[in-house]
Design a protein around this ligand. Structure first.
Ligand SMILES: Cc1cc2nc3c(=O)[nH]c(=O)nc-3n(C[C@H](O)[C@H](O)[C@H](O)COP(=O)(O)OP(=O)(O)OC[C@H]3O[C@@H](n4cnc5c(N)ncnc54)[C@H](O)[C@@H]3O)c2cc1C
Ligand code: SF4
Length: 569
């Protein structure tokens, strides 16, 4: 089906589906089968899988339940003031020897959306599968000095059926690329129409001998029941999608969970402790409603899907005499091995208008550098895409102009009006090594509005991760020049203090002394407590983790439901 043209009627089923949630509610004193904390890329899938399997489910989500009518295209509010990110303070330090403090910039150090759907509701929607190498790189390469690189306890082959479920059930558009990992079914939707940045990226990459291909995106190019195809509005990265074209769990999984009549989404409810009984089993989740009143939801089992920053925080906040280092943290691994992924970019100006303010961010990618290559002299792998991150006027003026651009007055106005439509970039995405010293911990010095210690991020990139960013930026510059850019500019890789990808802080493994959850996401120490979200990762992949988060959630949901049916929880 073609996108809706201006003036044509909206898909009414989609609007109705997004406007009217099903009304199942439970009492806190009722013991439900599962409480799921968080409704993002993992939590939304888990809630759908468990409720479809017939279990009663309450999802506690700290953010509001935004409907189509609540979606804002206000650049200042969403892109600059980060209205979806909530206003909880967080602190940052580079090493444990430094003093942590809130960051001065626009983003908190662990950046994510507080909303039903989590960050899947506002993400860019690049949707790369991991490849076999991401799961067993420690065995292939051996130890990397200074890092805690480890193999996953599962393989790509084990996860492949769940990637395929994500493709078809969440909704992915794309076409096979060179060196793709094996897939058991084709993409359900054809690639999104190519943009100027995609045409130029493809032209430049081919000219210098690389193999670009259509971007795999969690955005639907064709309508599905209850959802419109993308209408290319351009308010995409960082914004929510009122067309339900972006395949967030809000658009795809949560309506199906609610339609079972077994799942209650309880928005604006912030979990602050998971309680256990004398035998160490979870009994209830204590939470604050939006007015700060405390409640406790009883449950037979709990799944934490609050993301790689908030899940470890909740485990620390749930410490008790039985679990003095934090719930499920006898190993001391909770909060460690935080990974952000490497990010770089080369920006460019072209002679002719490109009009990158339109449509989705990314339509062409290239992953020729996916594998770590010893010839480079350092560890790392990654890929890149053509796009313009600074595709709105204020963002372009603040961050998208070359360093020598005019600063004020008529020259600035002329520069902006001529170049805003003629700019693009190549963005690079790459590995972050796990380091035991990169952590999420509690900052007891700073409290949130409920009086809880806030997230403290301690992060310093491994030197190889920075070298990989510089390596990819050099390739990106070649591509832009071959595409005919009038000028290009970039900055050397810098140590990061903000993560959009929050990975690794409750890593999965077979050995309870070096991991937090087992291969099926059950915590090693608490039989009826499960964790599934970005925190379960053992390695970071090459920069687009969310498809793997949702695939893990399909797999976890299936195994948790099977165990519950057998009475094994
Ligand atoms: C601007 C942006 C662009 C991105 N683009 C991409 C991309 O192109 N490709 C990609 O792969 N990834 C991208 N990401 C990352 C992606 O969004 C995340 O990897 C993914 O959403 C993480 O899934 P999750 O389930 O681990 O956590 P989340 O999606 O963050 O969900 C966690 C949920 O738990 C809730 N929560 C947290 N604590 C509590 C609590 N105590 N009580 C109740 N609820 C709680 C949160 O409000 C949130 O809704 C992007 C992220 C951002 C911010
Ligand atoms: S560009 Fe497409 S997917 Fe992105 S917000 Fe607009 S309609 Fe939704």
């Amino acid at each position: 089906m073609s996108p809706r043209m201006p003036g044509a009627p909206l898909n009414r089923r989609a609007l109705i589906a997004s406007a009217v949630p099903f009304g199942r509610t439970y009492q806190t004193r009722d013991e439900v089968d599962f409480v799921v904390v968080g409704s993002g890329a993992a939590g939304g899938v888990i809630a759908r899988e468990l409720s479809k399997a017939g279990f009663s489910v309450v999802v506690l989500e700290q953010g509001p339940y935004r409907k189509a009518a609540d979606v804002s295209h206000d650049e200042l509010e969403i892109a600059i003031q980060n209205a979806l990110a909530g206003d909880d303070p967080q602190t940052f330090r580079t090493t444990a020897a430094d003093e942590a403090a809130p960051l001065q910039g626009p983003f908190p150090p662990a950046f994510y959306a507080h909303t039903v759907g989590g960050s899947s509701a506002h993400f860019t929607a690049n949707y790369w599968r991991f490849r076999p190498v991401d799961f067993d790189e420690r065995s292939r390469l051996g130890a990397i000095p200074g890092a805690s690189l480890a193999d996953w306890p599962i393989t790509y082959e084990e996860l492949e059926p769940y990637y395929t479920r994500v493709d078809w059930e969440v909704g992915v558009s794309g076409a096979p690329g060179p060196n793709d990992p094996p897939r058991s079914r084709p993409y359900p939707h054809p690639p999104l129409p190519v943009k100027s940045s995609g045409v130029l990226f493809e032209r430049g990459a081919r000219a210098v001998g690389y193999q670009p291909y259509p971007a795999p995106m969690a955005i639907i190019s064709e309508a599905r029941p209850g959802r419109n195809a993308c209408v290319h509005c351009g308010f995409c990265m960082g914004f929510m999608c009122e067309m339900n074209a972006k395949s967030s769990t809000l658009a795809s999984m949560i309506p199906e969970a609610e339609a079972t009549g077994k799942c209650e989404i309880r928005p604006e409810c912030t979990a602050h402790r998971v309680d256990t009984d004398a035998s160490g089993r979870v009994t209830q989740v204590v939470y604050f409603d939006k007015d700060g009143n405390e409640h406790a939801q009883k449950a037979k089992a709990v799944v934490l899907s609050a993301n790689g920053a908030e899940t470890p925080r909740l485990l620390f906040l749930s410490e008790s005499s039985l679990f003095p280092q934090g719930l499920a943290n006898g190993s001391g691994v909770v909060g460690k091995h935080l990974m952000f992924n490497g990010n770089g970019s080369v920006q460019a100006l072209f002679e002719e208008p490109l009009n990158e303010f339109k449509s989705v961010q990314v339509t062409r990618v290239c992953t020729d550098w996916y594998e770590s290559d010893p010839k480079r002299g350092f560890y790392g792998g990654g890929g890149m895409d053509g796009r313009q991150i600074f595709n709105s006027p204020i963002l372009f003026a603040l961050a998208g102009m070359p360093p020598d651009a005019p600063f004020r007055g008529p020259e600035l106005r002329r520069f902006l009006s001529h170049n805003f439509t003629r700019s693009m970039m190549v963005a690079t995405h790459s590995t972050s090594l796990p380091l035991e010293t990169n952590t999420i911990t509690l900052d007891e010095e700073v409290k949130d509005r409920f009086g809880r210690p806030v997230v403290r991020v301690t992060y310093k990139d491994h030197p190889d991760d920075l070298k990989m960013v510089d390596f990819l930026q050099t390739r990106a510059k070649e591509i832009l020049e071959a595409a005919g850019a009038k000028r290009t500019w970039s900055f050397p890789a810098q140590e990061q203090n903000v993560g959009f990808h929050l990975l690794g802080t409750c890593r999965m493994g077979d050995d309870p002394s070096s991991s937090v959850v087992d291969r099926y996401h059950r915590t090693h120490e608490v039989p009826n407590l499960f964790i599934c979200d970005g925190s379960s990762f053992v390695t970071s992949g090459r920069g687009q983790p969310t498809m793997t988060i949702s695939a893990l959630a399909f797999r976890a949901g299936e195994h948790i439901a099977e165990a519950a049916k057998k009475g094994d929880i």
